[in-house]
Every structure is written in structure tokens, then in C-alpha cells.
Design a protein around this ligand. Structure first.
Ligand code: FBP
Length: 549
């Protein structure tokens, strides 16, 4: 395969490990843990994996060097650094014993169920060190949650002599990893299950998990692009750029990019919900920034929009919830069938409340139509298909036209639209993600060697140099609570949304008025892999602010 010069140079990069993992380790146990909510229910559901202590690895004289066969799965959306988790785990199990083997299940959890796998070798792994993407084994969104799947999984695990399975995923995949760990423990199958925190969305974090991997690289990639747009915008001075940023529900990506680039406007979905803003309030907020800048002669600017915004607007959230309900056949639980689109729209309009109908009819006709018609395979409204960046800019244009008539605005409003998501999800990992992911994978090998199951691999103190990072594990049950999902109460890992009382949001809120009126753009430039540490090894602003650094 032909490679770029950077690919060749980057392949030789040796990721850094925390000091403790550079030699033999032993476990230092903390106190017993509790789940973050619904303790009695979670304890009853996870009798074998509840209450275990948080563990930390510390240097030791020697360690268990038995050979072990391990399997690994990449689950859900791609995130930069996945290949380094795998290479870290590979090096970790081989450092325990050269006869250890690592198997990769293909195309996500489905590979375990369908018995599709590969065995890793030195040459195979070397092709993927420090590269972006999940293409080494592929990823998928099959949910591992049924007993039949667990039983099918154990067949292949037994056949390959696999003693431990590492599942790399977000909150849902790690919830499933925990259920699987409990199931195999209850059945005494002798297979450990370890999770690993992945998602560019940054919403799998808590007191024990500082960040999910991939967030750092994805945000740096988007921030580079936003910075480039801002330079163009400040040069041409004729466009407002509406930029939607990936992140299914939480607004961490938008917030981090705003902290890095200082745009004129950045919406935070969690704030929109907390302030009970309507779509019109959001539009008026953006239009005011446009009008204020126009008054200063600046008919240009940037607006960052989180992907999940529309679902956080309370009135639209209620409408979507009812659309999901009325479009499902209550007897079968399957999506209702309609002869044609017109029949479907008429049915929707006749079966939702007057309040929801008013919200639906207040939306531009094509968006309302899309909401009524497009379904995902589970029958749910496909909110992610709504081009929020275009919807908002159109509505802002209409508002400004009204204000013009009233003499409240006298500017020009030209627009450009962008959606950044796939541009960053498979980028070559930054030094932070390359080191963090390699350490997470290597660390998982030590959790396995020490007999742990139902734990997530964790690396802490990551705002310090890598040698000072702290390696260990956290019981997944500790992060769980009961939530309502698809009409049933389920044990799930609590999703971390943007905290309005948290330091990153507060810093942003203290600056945004100035950023809105003035042109305070920052241009982060591309991720640098080689050069001075202050250029190459910075972690995210979110993490720096959260840790008060
Ligand atoms: P994960 O939480 O599974 O890591 O996925 C994150 C994500 O990139 C979201 O930001 C985005 O909404 C979604 O995946 C898109 O997924 P897909 O490309 O499968 O539609």
C-alpha cells in the first residue's frame, strides 16, 4: 500500500505510557463503590459485578506472566485512536507473555455473534500504529443485549481459548459490556469483559473517566477548519457561516470548538433546554448578533450549532416524542404503514395535540414534512437528517427582513453552510489521543492479567505529562443508574451532558458577548505531531478548564 510521508514518519512514533505501566504492576484497591443512582436496583441486577473497588496500578517487583488469549471489538462510531487501543493491548498481552494471542472481531459486536474474526500479528498491527479510523477490523452498531447473542459469543470465545473480551465503545456499548460481564460471571463461563471509553462526542466521562478518546483529535480537526473559515470570513467580510458540528446529543464538541476558535455565536443545546427557549428565541438570539455586528459595519460572522440542538428545544422535543408514538402501531410495536406520504402526514396531523400541531405548522414546510415522513429502522423520527444549519439561517434571514422593515436592521446577510463530522472522526490521532489510547489498551492487558471483569480501563491525570498519568480501572456498575429507554426502565451508564455550572461553559459564557460583537477569532491551525511540546501536546480546553489548570 502506498503511504504519505507523514504516514511513514508517524508509524515510527512510540506512544508514551504512564510510569507505572512501564514495568511490572500490582493492584492498589480503593474503597468499595456504589452506582451513581438507583443503588438497590443496580445491585440486584448486577449481583456479581456490583460494588467492586476502583483500582490503580502501581509498580511491583514482578507480575503474573501467564499467556492469555484476548478478543477485541470496536463498537459504534469511529473515533481517532482506536487503532492505538488495539496496538497498546497487543503490546500489553505480548509483554506479559509472547504466546498470548489477540483476536479482533469484525465489523463490531456482530462479529462476535456471527463468529467473524482475525488474529493479529506483528506485521498486521504495525500497519495501523498511530493511524486514524477503525478499518483494522471495522466497527458496527449491533447492540449486544440478548441472551442468544451472549451464548453465541461464548461458543467462539471457547473455540479460540479467549479468556477476556475488550469492548471499545460509548455509553451504550459499555453498558452492554457490563451486562455481558455480569452474564458470563453469573454463568461461571470464565470470560472477563473489559470496557474502554470511546466517542468523539465526549459524553462518556465522569469523576473517574477524564475524557472519552477521540474527542481531542476530532475537536482539534474541526477547530482547524473553523479557524480557516474564520480567516476567510474576516478576509472577504461578506458571509455569515453557519457551521453544524457532530455530536449526537451533548454539545461538548461545539463548546470545545468555541473555546478554541472564539466564534461570534455558539449555541449550547443544554442551555437552550434549561432556559426553555423556543426555536424563535434561538433565531432571535442569532439575528441580534448579526444585527449588532451590522451596526458596526461587520456583515460577516460565524455561528456554531451542535448536531443535537433541535431535540433540546423543549417544544420540538415534545413534538418528536409524540410523533414517535403516533407513528408506531401499538399492537405490534412496529412502524405504522401508510399508502403514501400524504396519507401519513394527514394521519400525523389528525393524531397529535393542538399544541404539537401548532409547533409543527410553525416550522418551514419542508422540515415539517421531513419530521412527519423520515423514519429510522426502529421507526423513530430521523432528527439528524434535519439540516439545522440551513433551517436556522433561513429563519434568521426572515427575522432580519422583518427587522429591516421596522428599521431595526440595516445590513447585508449572505450565508454559507457547513457540517463537520466525518471530517474529524477518522483523523490521525493527536499525540494526546495516540498516547491516551495506547495507554488505555496496554492498561486493559493489566486489568485482564489481574483477573478483573466488569471494569472500564481508565487513565487519569492526563493534563500532566504522560509519565505522570495514573492507570487503573473503574467498575462499570459505578457509573450506572436506571433510565427510561424505549418505553422500559433500563440500567444504563449516565450520559454526561454539558454542565451549565461547569468551568468550560462558565468560561465560554463570560466571553461570548465580547466574541459576538468583536472579531476575536483564534486560528488553531492543523494538528502538529512533531515539534515543541506546547504546540504538539496540548490537551483540550475543556479538560484544562475542568481540572482548573
Ligand atoms: P458514537 O457515540 O457511537 O461514538 O458515535 C458518535 C457519532 O459520531 C455522533 O457524533 C454522530 O451523531 C453519530 O456517531 C453518527 O453515526 P453514523 O455515522 O453511524 O450515522
Amino acid at each position: 500500500m502506498e503511504k504519505s510521508a507523514l504516514q511513514i514518519a508517524r508509524a515510527a512514533y512510540q506512544p508514551k505510557l504512564p510510569k507505572a505501566l512501564q514495568g511490572p504492576v500490582k493492584v492498589k484497591e480503593g474503597a468499595a463503590t456504589q452506582s451513581v443512582g438507583n443503588q438497590d436496583e443496580i445491585k440486584a441486577l448486577f449481583p456479581n459485578t456490583y460494588g467492586m473497588p476502583v483500582v490503580e496500578f502501581v509498580s511491583a517487583e514482578s507480575e503474573n506472566k501467564e499467556a492469555v488469549n484476548v478478543g477485541i471489538i470496536l463498537s459504534g462510531g469511529q473515533a481517532p485512536g482506536g487503532h492505538n487501543v488495539i496496538s497498546g493491548l497487543y503490546d500489553g498481552v505480548k509483554s506479559l507473555n509472547k504466546d498470548s494471542k489477540l483476536y479482533g472481531f469484525l465489523m463490531g459486536p456482530g462479529g462476535l455473534v456471527d463468529h467473524k474474526y482475525v488474529e493479529f500479528t506483528d506485521e498486521f498491527i504495525d500497519e495501523y500504529r498511530n493511524t486514524g479510523g477503525f478499518d483494522i477490523i471495522g466497527s458496527g452498531r449491533t447492540k449486544l443485549e440478548k441472551e442468544a447473542q451472549f451464548e453465541s459469543g461464548i461458543e467462539i470465545l471457547r473455540k479460540l481459548g479467549i479468556k477476556a473480551l475488550v469492548i471499545i465503545g460509548g455509553d451504550d456499548s459499555n453498558t452492554n459490556a457490563c451486562v455481558l460481564a455480569e452474564y458470563y460471571a453469573a454463568k461461571n463461563y470464565g470470560v472477563q469483559v473489559i470496557g474502554c471509553p470511546k466517542t468523539i462526542d465526549g459524553d462518556l466521562k465522569n469523576e473517574q473517566i477524564e475524557t472519552s478518546f477521540g474527542f481531542d483529535t476530532a475537536c482539534k480537526t474541526y477547530s482547524e477548519l473553523i479557524g480557516n473559515i474564520q480567516r476567510d470570513c474576516n478576509s472577504a467580510r461578506k458571509y455569515w457561516h453557519f457551521i453544524k458540528l457532530m455530536g449526537r446529543s451533548a454539545s461538548h464538541i461545539a463548546l470545545e470548538c468555541a473555546l478554541q476558535t472564539q466564534p461570534n455565536v455558539c449555541l449550547i443545546s443544554e442551555e437552550v433546554e434549561a432556559k426553555q427557549m423556543s426555536l424563535d428565541d434561538v433565531v432571535a438570539y442569532i439575528a441580534k448578533a448579526v444585527a449588532d455586528r451590522a451596526a458596526d459595519g461587520n456583515n460577516f460572522g460565524t455561528v456554531l450549532i451542535p448536531e443535537g440542538l433541535i431535540e433540546f428545544i423543549p417544544a420540538i422535543k415534545r413534538l418528536i416524542a409524540q410523533l414517535n408514538e403516533v407513528l408506531t402501531d401499538p399492537t405490534t410495536g412496529e412502524p405504522r404503514e401508510f399508502a403514501n406520504a400524504d396519507e401519513q402526514i394527514a394521519f400525523v396531523k389528525g393524531n397529535i395535540t393542538a399544541e404539537n400541531l401548532a409547533v409543527l405548522e410553525s416550522l418551514p414546510a419542508d422540515v415539517a414534512r421531513q419530521l412527519c415522513l423520515d423514519r429510522d429502522p426502529h421507526g423513530n423520527v430521523q432528527v439528524s437528517l434535519i439540516e439545522t444549519e440551513k433551517l436556522l439561517s433561513r429563519m434568521v434571514a426572515a427575522k432580519l427582513a422583518e427587522w429591516k422593515k421596522e428599521g431595526k436592521y440595516n445590513g447585508k446577510f449572505g450565508t454559507q453552510h457547513h457540517f463537520f463530522g466525518y471530517e474529524g472522526r477518522c483523523a490521525a490521532p493527536s499525540n494526546y489521543d495516540a498516547d491516551y489510547c495506547y495507554s488505555l489498551g496496554y492498561n486493559a492487558s493489566r486489568l485482564i492479567a489481574n483477573g478483573k471483569t466488569g471494569y472500564m480501563s481508565i487513565i487519569k491525570n492526563t493534563t500532566a505529562p504522560a509519565a505522570e498519568w495514573i492507570a487503573g480501572g473503574v467498575p462499570i456498575t459505578m457509573m450506572m443508574n436506571i433510565e427510561r429507554r424505549n418505553g422500559a426502565n433500563k440500567p444504563v451508564i449516565r450520559k454526561a451532558l454539558v454542565e451549565l455550572e461547569g468551568a468550560p461553559f462558565k468560561y465560554f459564557a463570560s466571553k461570548r458577548e465580547q466574541w459576538a460583537r468583536e472579531t476575536s477569532y483564534v486560528y488553531p491551525g492543523p494538528i502538529q505531531y512533531f515539534g515543541p511540546t506546547e504546540v504538539c501536546d496540548q490537551c483540550t480546553k475543556t479538560l484544562t478548564l475542568e481540572q482548573g489548570k
